[in-house]
Write a protein that binds this ligand. Structure first.
Ligand code: UT7
Length: 321
């Protein structure tokens, strides 16, 4: 069978209006702007307001994507949402969004692959397009990690931000070679305690995120690099052929170390962690949208996406935009 490629279009994002700086955080935990910036590259983050939840910010991003695409909600036939921070165990965030935006022809479900959620969701969307299960998919990554943060723990509360990013995945009708070239997913479930958000009733930790930061830092370098180099080799490509590397934004030093230790070209790595902090699965669409809107990423650019998150689950994607 001769499959057409799935293309990505109409990247949009929504960031909550409340901006919290490192200095703001230093007012309630023992930290400083200098420590946070030097150790992570983070300067500020957007956090949801009281009574603003994961599906609310997803809706705002989704409506912008529909507008950019020039379509109504009834033209969408699937909504796939990547999130690790659903407001409810059920219904899913995607079902809530489907109802609110009135996408009544769409089936809807969530994917939970922590910070790798966008790449996992992209892989599923790509398969649905290629198999004909769906023709036009609304893909959203949406996270409110601030609602799962222990705001008295300085080792984690400085790291995270909230936000949502979305795009359309559809069959490429144009006579070009744009689209998803390949995706590659991995899991190493032998390290479940490195990053955890317990159910609120367990371990008396009130559903807060806990993390072994140093160990995660090392695995992030090894596993993101492994998934990037394997997808490049399998597709007869090298870093020279890539316009932009779009990694999950967990820590600027992870990206600097990956460059120093493994030779990943730093000038090609897109970085927005200073503005957004770590927004889990939303970080990759936030970077792509920011770089498109500022003119750095252009139509036809070749992108190499890579992420790692709790699980550990990780993966990469190769895309011609
Ligand atoms: O998206 C999920 C993936 N997550 C990640 O990839 C996170 C990966 N890990 C990291 O980004 C880093 O490990 C952190 C930013 C979380 C921590 O940086 P680090 O350089 O690994 O610091 P550390 O945990 O080894 O702590 C060094 C020191 C400790 O003090 P002592 O024991 O040396 O006296 C900490 O208590 O820094 C202290 N510390 C802080 N000091 C000021 C920890 N947090 C803070 C803070 N402000 N916020």
């Amino acid at each position: 069978m001769n499959f057409k490629k799935s293309v990505l279009s109409s990247f949009e994002t929504y960031l909550p209006e409340r901006v919290v700086t490192n200095d703001d955080i230093s007012k309630f935990v023992d930290t400083t702007h200098e420590w946070i910036f030097e150790r992570t590259g983070i300067e500020r983050r957007h956090l949801v307001e009281k009574n603003q939840y994961t599906h609310d910010i997803a809706v705002k991003s989704a409506l912008k994507t529909l507008k950019s695409e020039g379509i109504g909600p009834l033209e969408i036939d699937a909504i796939i949402i990547a999130t690790a921070t659903s407001e409810k165990r059920c219904p899913s965030t995607s079902a809530l969004v489907q109802g609110i935006i009135g996408a009544s022809n769409a089936f809807a479900f969530d994917i939970q692959a922590a910070c790798s959620g966008f790449i996992y969701a992209l892989t599923v969307a790509d398969s649905f397009i290629k198999s004909g299960i769906a023709k036009k998919i609304l893909l959203i990554s949406t996270e409110t990690l601030s609602l799962f943060t222990d705001w008295s723990d300085r080792s984690t509360c400085i790291l995270f931000g909230d936000g949502a990013g979305s795009c359309i995945v559809k069959e490429n009708d144009d006579d070009d070679d744009c689209g998803i070239i390949a995706t590659k997913l991995y899991a190493d479930g032998t390290k479940p305690n490195l990053i955890t958000i317990e159910n609120s009733e367990k371990n008396n930790n009130h559903g807060h995120l806990t993390m072994q930061g140093r160990a995660v830092f090392k695995y992030a370098i090894e596993y993101m690099y492994k998934s990037m180099i394997e997808i490049l080799e399998e597709n007869c490509t090298t870093f020279d052929d890539i316009d932009w590397i779009i990694p999950h934004q967990a820590n600027r030093r992870i990206l600097e170390s990956m460059s120093k230790m493994k030779g990943v070209p730093f000038e090609k790595i897109a970085i927005t962690i200073n503005e957004h902090a770590n927004t889990s699965s939303a970080s990759i669409p936030l970077v792509i949208d920011t770089y498109i809107k500022s003119g750095k990423i252009k139509k036809g650019d070749k992108l190499l996406l890579s992420a790692i998150g709790a699980g550990l689950v990780y993966g990469s994607a190769l895309i011609k935009l």
